[in-house]
Write a protein that binds this ligand. Structure first.
Ligand code: ATP
Ligand code: CA
Ligand code: CA
Length: 423
């Protein structure tokens, strides 16, 4: 959304990094996409491709504005994942690598990760710690199989794993994933829920100045909110969540959360950008005023350009392959089918006025030594079940228990929410 993030123009501190990431993705992804599809082999899960960019360019890599090295991890696996997630290959490249620059969302978490949106806000680039990077590679096969077996998974959809190495040696790892929130709808409230209460409070006083802030468990409980889903959707949601969390438990993952954005149809899209213009920067630092529909047109027009700069030799072949690419799965995902989200329903499965945009995010933290240390220290001062850093099975169970307790329709009686636990 245009409301969040700063445009990364050429004067931005992270312009070079953003430019290198996008250039690397464009060349690497179009190279894989241009090839005829084939089945995955075991080697695909450990494959790495190196690309070296410089100002002059060569027959393997087109010239770039800066010198940097780029690594593409398991390109074929991610190509297949994008297919499973029904991404159009051309759309993917154009969103991420068109002439417009992404916008940056500072570092919203305490982990130090940076987030970048693709220009159309469909995709998020998140810089990740080296340990998360290694861990994703380690579990990639299990993740892939899970997505194959569970097309409606609520887990983050990973589309690519890459690394940029800057000339003075700094290495930046990053993933590309789905933005859970739609570019075309206001999100009136956002929550990041873990089922823990320690430190899970967004300062209510700060909400006045920042009503788009992501609130946490205690803010949710204080508002006595619930995720209103009638019997049909409740079952769909809880079943999928359970299968997803089982995988996370099995892989010893913790610290993940349910990210939930709520769009209220009664409030509508007042703040929305649909009819207003937005300011975008081109790489040559020109400032342009564009309406979203004009951007969409530009996007299509730049398709050929994106491919031609990426890999001139096989341009025609690439486009032919893209056109013939088949998508073997049904058109829409259960939880993203109602205008990109999951609409609230009542006890007789009738529609209510909220649309939920939700998914399980931040699921690359392994219950490692560091976490054990954290448990030890915090364990000295707080009661164990309130902690965030608890072992994966306990974490998963607490998470499920919490979500289960808040998924209910307004006309369902009783309160399973622990009111007394709220400070
Ligand atoms: P920490 O480890 O401190 O929790 P982090 O840097 O790992 O932080 P995340 O927890 O992944 O960051 O995300 C931080 C915030 O960024 C989320 O609360 C949410 O507001 C936003 N965010 C993350 N992933 C997505 C996504 N897929 N779609 C939309 N927003 C997202
Ligand atoms: Ca997090
Ligand atoms: Ca994290």
């Amino acid at each position: 959304k245009v409301l969040v993030g700063t445009k990364v123009g050429e004067d931005h501190v992270n312009y070079i990094l953003a430019y290198n990431m996008l250039t690397g993705i464009r060349v690497a992804v179009s190279r894989t996409t241009a090839k005829l599809d084939r089945q995955l082999t075991d080697n695909d899960f450990i494959a790495k491709h190196k690309l070296a960019f410089d100002i002059s360019g060569n027959e393997l890599t087109p010239s770039a504005k800066y010198d940097f090295k780029f690594k593409d991890y398991a390109p074929w696996v991610f190509r297949h994942l994008r297919q499973l997630f029904r991404l159009d290959p051309a759309d993917y490249l154009i969103s991420l690598t068109s002439k417009y620059i992404v916008s940056e969302l500072g570092s919203p978490g305490k982990s130090g990760s940076f987030f970048y949106f693709s220009r159309d806000y469909r995709f998020i680039i998140k810089t990740i710690h080296h340990s998360e990077h290694k861990f994703l590679l380690k579990i990639l096969k299990e993740y892939y199989n899970h997505v194959k077996d569970n097309p409606n998974t609520l887990l983050s959809q990973f589309y690519g794993l890459h690394r940029v190495k800057l000339p003075y040696g700094r290495k930046i790892h990053f993933i590309i994933m789905n933005n859970l929130f739609p570019p075309h709808r206001d999100i009136h409230q956002t929550f990041d829920l873990k089922g823990s209460t320690i430190g899970r409070d967004y300062d209510e006083r700060k909400l006045k100045n920042n009503k788009h802030a992501t609130m946490k468990d205690l803010n949710w409980l204080r508002r006595e909110k619930h995720i209103s889903l009638g019997p049909r959707k409740r079952t769909q949601f809880m079943k999928q969540l359970e299968v997803d969390v089982k995988l996370l438990e099995r892989l010893s993952i913790m610290d993940y959360s349910l990210l939930l954005g709520i769009h209220d149809l009664q409030k509508g899209n007042t703040e929305h950008i649909r009819d207003s213009t937005l300011t975008v920067f081109t790489p040559d630092q020109q400032m342009l005023e564009r309406t979203p529909s004009r951007l969409e047109r530009d996007r299509r027009v730049s398709l050929r350009r994106a491919f031609s700069t990426a890999n001139p030799a096989s341009l025609e072949q690439a486009i032919d392959v893209l056109r013939s690419e088949e998508y073997p799965f049904p058109k829409s995902f259960t939880f993203y089918a109602d205008d990109g989200g999951f609409r609230a329903t009542d006890e007789i499965d009738g529609p209510l006025t909220e649309i939920y945009y939700l998914g399980v995010i931040d699921c690359l933290t392994h219950y490692s030594f560091a976490k054990k240390v954290e448990t030890f220290w915090k364990g000295l001062s707080h009661s164990r079940e309130k902690l965030s850093a608890i072992p994966p099975i306990e974490y998963g169970e607490r998470f499920m228990k919490f979500i289960f307790s808040i998924v209910k329709t307004p006309n369902q009686g009783g309160s399973s929410q622990a009111r007394t636990a709220i400070p």
